[in-house]
Design a protein around this ligand. Structure first.
Ligand code: ZN
Length: 294
């Protein structure tokens, strides 16, 4: 089976050809420029690759409701030139099944298929970087619901160090992304996260926010494993701090060995690093093909 995968990011587009085992056979990366030109170049890449299905993981917001006549669109993004863009429609000429989902859901699916979430039916994958997003995989399926979960904007307690900090989210005074994203760290401390590695107070505060978020995720979704990736999670030792703060935030309420005794195996780093999104995108294509055949 030849699967096409497309990971659509705000700064770059990754196109790949691979197989159902998650093997990437060819890869092509272009810069994200104006929508028409960029999608045309991607379409050209896939046009002669003889793929059986295509999967797309895209930055959002996107329309995932199949009943909507705007299914497959990027909808109201602030990214110039990309609002109301019919992404899926652009690839219909390939005449293959096309799977479509958010970038973070694609990455979640990649980790579930061949990475750190393999073998689990209930997994949360979070990425902490420029933004904070979570893919939620429950009972063997990506969760969508009304749109798709926006777990990165969950409301969290403002920590005392932040009493005068305005955060970065234009919508919420005290959401996770507003306090714990890469830009929030930069705004609060005046330097990029990678320039703050040796500042203990930076990461203790970061871990308190992420720990509270993990506790909320555990209590709302009941995952069997949580995978935390993204640029900010590259900070040495941060994952250990997040595990400790998660236990504190749970307050001993959840008595499961997986959490109380094996936290090191419960909240983990990704295994696929940069490939999670593209492998997940290919898997989206495969699932769409299976869906159409059934
Ligand atoms: Zn927010």
């Amino acid at each position: 089976m030849r699967l096409g995968g497309l990971e659509m990011g705000g700064t770059k587009m990754v196109c790949a050809i691979g197989d159902e085992k998650g093997e990437v056979l060819d890869r092509y990366v272009i810069e994200t420029l104006e929508s028409e030109k960029t999608l045309h170049e991607i379409a050209e890449y896939f046009s002669d690759k003889k793929i059986d299905a295509l999967g797309i993981g895209s930055f959002g917001p996107i329309e995932l409701n199949r009943e909507s006549d705007r299914y497959g669109y990027i909808t109201s993004t602030p990214k110039p030139g990309w609002a109301n863009t019919d992404v899926v429609g652009h690839f219909r000429f390939l005449n293959v099944p096309i799977g479509f989902d958010t970038d973070v859901n694609a990455a979640c699916l990649g980790e579930v298929t061949v990475g750190a979430g393999k073998g689990f039916r209930n997994v949360i994958y979070g990425t902490v970087g420029t933004g904070i997003g979570f893919g939620v995989y429950l009972e063997g399926n990506l969760l969508h619901g009304l749109m798709h979960p926006e777990t990165g904007h969950m409301l969290v307690n403002r920590q005392k160090e932040d009493k005068d900090f305005s955060g970065t989210c234009p919508y919420h005074d005290n959401c996770l992304e507003s306090f714990a994203s890469g830009p929030a760290i930069r705004k609060r401390w005046g330097r990029k996260p990678q320039e703050l590695y040796d500042k203990k107070e930076v990461w203790e505060l970061e871990a308190r926010y992420l720990g509270e978020a993990m506790a909320n995720c555990i209590m709302c979704y009941s995952p069997e494993r949580i995978i935390l990736g993204g640029g900010v999670m590259h900070v040495p030792g941060l994952i250990e701090l997040v595990r400790q703060e998660t236990l504190k935030a749970l307050g001993g309420y959840i008595q499961k060995d997986e959490i109380t005794k094996k936290m090191d195996e419960y909240i983990v780093l990704p295994e696929l690093s940069d490939d999670a999104g593209i492998i997940g995108a290919m898997e989206l294509g495969k699932l769409e093909m299976e869906n159409e055949l059934s």
